[in-house]
Design a protein around this ligand. Sequence first.
Ligand code: GN1
Ligand code: MG
Length: 362
Amino acid sequence: MSETNLFPYISPFLGPVEFQTEVIQDGHIHDGWYIHANNDRYPETILQKVNTHVFTDPEGLMQNIYQITSYLQKNNPSQKQLNLIPTASGKIYYRALDGSIWRMYERIPHCYSTQITQNLSQVYEAGRVIGYFLKQLQDYPVHSLNISIPDFHNTPKRYQDFLQTLSTADAELVQAVQPEIEILHERSDQFGLFWEALYKQRLPWRVTHNDTKLDNILFDMDTDQAICLIDLDTIMPGSALFDFGDALRAMGNPSAEDEADLGNVEFQMPVFETFTQGYLSATGDILTEQEISWLALSPWLITIEIGMRFLTDYLQGNQYFRIHYPQQNLNRCRTQFKLASDMEAQQSLMESIVQEISKSIV
Ligand code: GN1
Ligand code: MG
């Protein structure tokens, strides 16, 4: 979209300003731009067009973001975080005449995000900020949140969707991914572990972010301290295990999510250990015994789940995750399965690491 075309979506928030735009390249779901405007109060902002194919209840989604960011702001006013900019008529998003949904955030100055882990202090900080998010929201009325994407981390349902896709997908495509299909079939009896425990109240429902990959964390440019979590669309009732597991899925991989050479993909145990230290230092004693005992398994389950989603989307013609070349979702799937297999090989070591750190902290 060119600069002039964005004016109708910027002006509801900032008025009749002059502006420059810069496309935001990260993120597989929404369209986004950095906006530099001649507006005294909000010179640097982020404009996003909400993907309403993925988020079919934008009102519920925006209410979640507004309620959670207001709550966090009230409880810790000194912590920098994403803040929504209201429209001139006081709404938390703008619905354009064509039905598209737009929102604007204040841009937090002097920060960066990254897709690939650069050093272990970043990893510790990431663990700390994700643990802190959980702790800060432990008393928030979790079931007052809207479900922005139903069954988001319902792994058995994701598997059912995958099986359904297999039965309708192009036969040649299916033939070419037999090894990946086998990986899923062989492990499918474990997919229900967390989701069923949540429903049977063996795991507590918590306010979770549900998409804690590294590039959804902002870091301070000078100190490398983690500032806050961004990409708040999937904040929903969930398990702490989803956020712990997803973060390690992303951070434990020293190469890109779509790395074609699997020789470069290897689950990094020092990352696992350091992240766990940062995370448990922030959660303190709020986790239950059951949560702690499954922490070491959660990166594996979430990694398999997201690999399965990439494969499903590949077989469906790449309608969900944005791609930049045809094989990208298949590459993404293969990196996930390679990471998961490394995790399987190191499961008992991961368990003893969690045990040791949790004993020393709690
Ligand atoms: C998507 O929105 P983004 O790019 O941060 C996806 C996550 C996946 C992730 C994989 C709403 O995250 O679930 O784990 O891609 N978000 C949604 O990189 O589906
Ligand atoms: Mg993102």
